[in-house]
Ligand binder design. Sequence first.
Ligand code: PLP
Length: 509
Amino acid sequence: MDKLLFSSFKKSCPYLSRASPSELHALMTRPFSTSPRTSMVKNSCPHSNAKTDSSILDKASECPVVGSAIKAGAIPSSPDYEGIFEHKLQKKHSDKSYRYFNNINRLAKHYPKAHTSSRDQLVEVWCSNDYLGMSNKPIVIDSMKKALDDYGAGAGGTRNIAGNSALLLELETELAGLHNKEAALVFTSCMVANDATLTTLATAMPDLVYFSDQMNHASMIQGIRNSRAKKHVFRHNDLAHLEELLAQYPISTPKVIAFESVYSMSGTVGHIPQICQLAKKYGALTFLDEVHAVGMYGKTGAGVSEHYAFRDGNTSVMDSVDMITGTLGKAFGVVGGYVAASARTIDYFRSYAPGFIFTTSLPPAVAAGAITSIRYLRQSGKERFLQQTHTADLKAKLIKAGIPVIPNPSHIVPILVGDAEKAKWASDRLLSHYKIYIQSINYPTVSVGEERLRITPGPGHTPELVDNLVQSIYEIWDVAGFKTIDDWAKEGGKCGVGAPADSRGPQVC
Ligand SMILES: Cc1ncc(COP(=O)(O)O)c(C=O)c1O
């Protein structure tokens, strides 16, 4: 191949650009059809789907980035950006992971109803993370309206420059109090809080090692990845595996165990007391994401780690977690994320975390709404009680009807479908035939073959609505011939459905 053409391809082609000088030399000096080159293309080119038995040029000509230029024998002037994106999207369509977003407008005065793209088409929402309906509570809305009138729409700056309002400081004091920690720090979301804090921890401790539960949320995975620290992934809720990994390191090696209290897609619950004990034994810090638990568990809604005090009188569990992250966007009904920890840890994040420092603060109205919501739920157990009652009612009725509910002790009701297309079909049919909105959950949020419908009953899902939902799902399962609990059991069980109840984690409800 012409040297000029080759170096031009090197600039444009992800495969060629990654080739080392010696690989390039080999490519340029050997005949095109030799096998070392073809395997290099196959191993390295993220775009080419070519088989190994044709020449490198044949393979490169299938590449969406430089393929057309190669076919024309021309020097590519710039990458085919649209072609690159199209190729990536096609990949998602073909592995069924392409995401469809429904147009859903939840109505504050008609919870749990929403309208779709048309205002007169009402549907019942059964999958919202506004778990307790706090986003439409008049006291929350009124406090936000007042803050809007007093302080305007936006924060007006970062925390460092003109955006450090009294309401944000009050919110952080409230959150620290909720989790019985010395301090707390608010971020624009918990996605950002997890990413920023986990990344920043490793800045202080370059030899830090992370121990991360296999089912941790993308925000934690991203934070750990961005930190570039060494990491070990332990099997979900597997304490023996975690201990085996921890024991490889001397006690003096800095370690962080990152895990969740309620895992959002399975509803399983982390072994908080046991993990804290292991952390103590091996000299690790604990980082607990309580995103799907704050507002909903514990006497005052501080999460599962508070629940132990409520249930067993054991106040030490929450206190033994070093860092707790949470969201203001789910049970608290507003938006934002936070971390609660010791005063020094929080000051460290405040001083070093780019995701905290270099972004506009949450608007004062959001802070006001969050304060009202947290304070309300610290006092009122009514919403938590109704949520748990409706959840238990729904689970029992679905199981009685043979619908494969993935067993778990929390407020999340996942129904196993086991196929991406079928799960989307069920979700679409619920919407079109029954005016019920439940989002299907497909890969990569869950593993292939474990696709599901995820239901989150709340205080507004009365027994009548529960009965209607169970009947609707039953009809869908019947029409489509989807697998029931017995069908899964005959196959040996999956995700705990049709399997003996041995590894379901600690009971919380
Ligand atoms: C476990 C977990 N952590 C963190 C987040 C991010 O929270 P936020 O919505 O506040 O960004 C989510 C979001 O769903 C989550 O499921």
